[in-house]
Design a protein around this ligand. Sequence first.
Ligand SMILES: C[S@@+](CC[C@H](N)C(=O)[O-])C[C@H]1O[C@@H](n2cnc3c(N)ncnc32)[C@H](O)[C@@H]1O
Length: 387
Amino acid sequence: MAENQEGASSEGKPAADMYPKKILEYMEGFLISKTVFSSCELGVFDVLLAAERPLSAEEISQAIGASLDGTERLLAACAGLQLLNTHRDNGQVCYSNTEQASVYLTRSSPVSLYQSIQYSSRTIYLCWHYLTDAVREGRNQYEKAFGVSSNDLFQALYSLSVILFPLKNQLVGFIRRQWVCEGETERQQRVWAVMSDEEMVKFMQLMNSIWNICGKDVVTAFDLSPFKIICDLGGCSGALAKQCTSAYPECTVTIFDLPKVVCTSREHFVTEANKRITFHEGDFFKDPLPEADLYILARILHDWTDARCIELLTRVRRCVAGGGVAPRGRLRPGDGAALLPEHAGADGGEREDSCSVRCPADYRRIHGTQHRLTGKIYDAVLGHKET
Ligand SMILES: C[S@@+](CC[C@H](N)C(=O)[O-])C[C@H]1O[C@@H](n2cnc3c(N)ncnc32)[C@H](O)[C@@H]1O
């Protein structure tokens, strides 16, 4: 009897040794996410970091102001997830952070993911609850998730400390695209305008956090040393610009972003001492783009409709001096046939590709694109302008 790759018989009956590992993991994945979110939000890892010794469940529950029973269950789950170590002290179980938890899940760590986790917990998690409805209805579900009409969306997003766009993959992109429209930039500017400086800084820290962890891998996935003048479109806090200047000592980077973002970035993120990073305020759909031989588009295209992506990429293509264009995104199996690992080159990392790679709009207009997988959450795509 012929077996397919998954081990099922051709008659559709499960093979005796078949176990739906992936499906079971997919079914329960949200339990893990939520355990991590809640532990961070309650400050479990911060309390353990500050204590500098293993603590009992009772001590932790008092420090985080939570019930003993709930805390015991949460700590046991974290230990199971290898986020906490357990120690036995006179028959009592005590807990300490694992190294990864100390480094990535505590608020004070320079490479903390705390802000991103909070955003995932308070915003994305709620929106994803309504994914079925979003697909069925073909529109965003903010009204159901946050109890506000999408007419007041931006004000509501702000008041909920929900921030607009770092939505990481195609499905969320799909949900968002339902409300992204021609007036989006104006709306986005309005949101920036109502956000307090503190909120702006928080959002920008959130944007930074992932590049602290994998920015270097992305900017060095290709040798970008031939590109001396780089423009990071929507460069926000300059996290990738800093990675570029540190990896390529001869380059300069211009961060192109909306005025309020540039102002906050200048004030809080990029010091004047960093002479190789400059700013340019503007709207990348309307204003002339600064001259450069490499343009970076990091986590930009997922925010826009296909038509807008093509518009932006066409503008970049017209401007690029003869060098390249480097959109960066998260490439995952399923994003496009060209990205499947088995399609990668012999070195597992590079493949010449002259057609679309992620979604039709993203890279279609850039010919001779290459992508490289970094093994981390974001990968790199580099396209050269045809001459
Ligand atoms: C999701 S964030 C990505 C930030 C950064 N590239 C990163 O990966 O961390 C999108 C950025 O695009 C900027 N942006 C949005 N619309 C823009 C426009 N029309 N012109 C210039 N920048 C814009 C936002 O202000 C924001 O900084």
